[in-house]
Design a protein around this ligand. Structure first.
Ligand code: SAM
Ligand code: SF4
Length: 321
């Protein structure tokens, strides 16, 4: 379905939990309040909403969180979403900690790709950013996923005076392994507001100085707004998701469903439409109308550059990125 700006909305991000096994300081620092369990949609409810979304032309789904793999039934959700008529792609965004345990199951369930969030290859910095010593598990999970033939992308958010120099070892992962690496600019949402955004233009310049010139990679890599480049000798591409320094709203193709059943037209604004009551009462025609409304209500663009205009108050762990 098209929104009022003639954008084809064919992608929905599903946050299936606000729980997480890490405490990334810019996303879900220690002490964050968790949502009551009965507020969280069941698997069946998520599936029913996705069926209605598919009927409206949403073909691609991304499962996110919190950390989706802490929800025990995540694999079976992948399995059932893959069977919905009209859904052509189901992917997952994870911190990777539980991938060694689940990669094989996800593969069997039919996962089409896994994005692993990884901001540093330095064990000490990893602990400082996430609160846990889980880097070896994450790296293991990436390697296992690749060995299983799963398409892997590594997503990194850089923070000044913490991991701003980690672009180099992280980018090098795309030289060593057949995976894409993407640098995501810090967005002023939730705890991200306390951190300065490092412009991706600067990261790209540094990458060129270090690895030589880059060539735009126009091939299709996924659902999103990333701009990709190839580097000679690299097995994967390097992508940049530049919400702040490269506004990509004219190509926005998505809506979001939070774990509590809120349909979110745009990450920047607090406006959301609850599909929870409709799905819980079995009124699927209403669920479809609410999805249509969420798509119609998509604003033309975000306003992350003007902090006063950002009305989203939820944490990123509740929205799913
Ligand atoms: N736990 C999973 C993970 O880490 O991939 C999925 C949820 S997490 C909220 C999704 C993505 O959002 C992660 O890549 C994380 O780095 C990113 N993220 C969280 N807060 C952010 C912020 N303020 N700006 C930009 N990205 C953010
Ligand atoms: Fe958890 Fe992902 Fe947020 Fe880190 S970015 S705290 S892994 S939800």
């Amino acid at each position: 379905m098209k929104d009022t700006y003639e954008r084809e909305i064919d992608y929905m991000r599903l946050s299936i939990t606000d729980r997480c096994n890490l405490r990334c300081r810019y996303c879900m620092p220690d002490g964050i309040e968790l949502l009551p369990r009965d507020e969280i949609l069941t698997l069946d409810e998520i599936e029913l909403i996705c069926k209605e979304a598919a009927a409206l032309g949403i073909h691609k789904l991304k499962i996110t969180g919190g950390e989706p793999l802490v929800r025990k039934d995540c694999v079976s959700l992948v399995h059932s979403l893959k069977r919905i008529t009209g859904i052509t792609q189901v992917t997952l965004t994870t911190n990777g900690v539980l991938l060694p345990e689940y990669a094989g199951h996800l593969r069997k369930a039919g996962i089409d790709g896994i994005n692993v969030s990884l901001d540093t290859l330095d064990q000490e910095k990893y602990r400082e950013i996430t609160g846990f010593d889980a880097l070896p598990a994450v790296l293991n999970g990436i390697i296992q996923s690749l060995e299983l033939g799963i398409r892997v992308k590594v997503n990194a958010v850089l923070q000044r005076d913490m991991n701003e120099e980690e672009w180099k070892p992280i980018a090098r992962l795309a030289a060593t392994y057949p995976l894409d690496v993407r640098f995501i600019e810090m967005m002023p949402i939730g705890h991200g507001k306390s951190y300065e955004t490092i412009a991706n233009t600067v990261v790209l310049e540094k990458i060129q100085e270090e690895f030589g010139s880059v060539i735009r990679d126009e091939s299709l890599h996924g659902n999103g707004p990333a701009i990709y480049y190839k580097i000679a000798g690299f097995r994967g591409s390097i992508g940049f998701i530049s919400a702040i320094h490269g506004k990509f709203c004219s190509q926005c193709n998505r809506i979001r469903l939070t774990s509590t059943g809120q349909l979110k037209p745009c990450l920047c604004f607090g406006e959301s439409i609850s599909a929870k009551e409709a799905v819980r009462s079995g009124d699927l025609a209403k669920v479809r109308r609410l999805l249509e409304k969420a798509i119609r209500n998509k604003p033309g663009m975000h306003q992350f550059e003007q902090e006063a205009a950002i009305t989203e108050k939820k944490d990123m762990s509740q929205i799913g990125g």
